[in-house]
Design a protein around this ligand. Structure first.
Ligand SMILES: [Mg+2]
Length: 205
């Protein structure tokens, strides 16, 4: 059993930290439920310079290391570890955050088997020696995936035919997952969905 896990807003509360950063840097107050688009520049109504500043700031080690794990995540990952499941963490963060991302996993004692940066979103300045491409990702074998990004949910479920658990977030509410997908509201529902899937029930809403 090999489980694909995204990192931001699946393992940790990145959007919450972005909202705090937005208030600190620009005095803009946006609530979590108002983050309607995965494109934060759009969700926050920022110009290009503000967006670049926020993106750079949010990839600095102090920002990454201060991210809080999502409720219940570590307990579920410990349960999976006990059951011998393999957990693969594949993040679309900018490659400049590779070391701090690994450090965050270590500091929070997150049990996992592999970690990789994936060029999911074509960020400029991506270090191709650090991130694998989507084509390389598509050659990897997983049994089930957990994502919050509509683009990646689409890629995993349609291109890779992977059963998908869509981690419910305001920015993916208008996304229509394909048949072998289930929307999960929190980690308890992710654990239940994996158990159901193992018991033979395909993930489906
Ligand atoms: Mg994410």
């Amino acid at each position: 059993m090999n489980i694909y896990l995204d990192m931001d807003d699946v393992l940790c509360d990145t959007a919450g930290a972005y909202l705090a950063l937005l208030a600190r840097e620009f005095g803009l107050h946006v609530t979590f439920e108002e983050v309607f688009s995965f494109n934060l520049q759009k969700s926050f109504g920022l110009d290009d310079a503000q967006s670049r500043h926020l993106f750079d700031r949010a990839h600095k080690p102090d920002f990454i290391l201060a991210l809080k794990p999502l409720e219940g995540m570590r307990k579920v990952l410990r349960n999976w570890e006990e059951r011998g499941f393999s957990v693969s963490i594949l993040t679309g963060r900018h490659t400049s955050a590779a070391d701090s991302s690994r450090q965050w996993l270590e500091e929070w004692k997150i049990p996992y088997h592999s970690f990789a940066m994936v060029d999911k979103y074509n960020w400029s300045g991506t270090d191709e020696a650090v991130a694998i491409s989507l084509a390389q990702l598509s050659c990897m074998q997983f049994d089930i995936g957990v994502e919050d990004s509509p683009k990646m949910a689409d890629y995993l479920s349609r291109e890779m035919a992977l059963p998908l658990l869509l981690f419910d977030r305001p920015w993916n509410r208008s996304y229509e997952p394909c048949a072998k997908s289930r929307r999960c509201r929190g980690w308890q529902q992710v654990e239940t969905a994996v158990n159901d899937w193992l018991a033979g029930a395909p993930p489906a809403d």
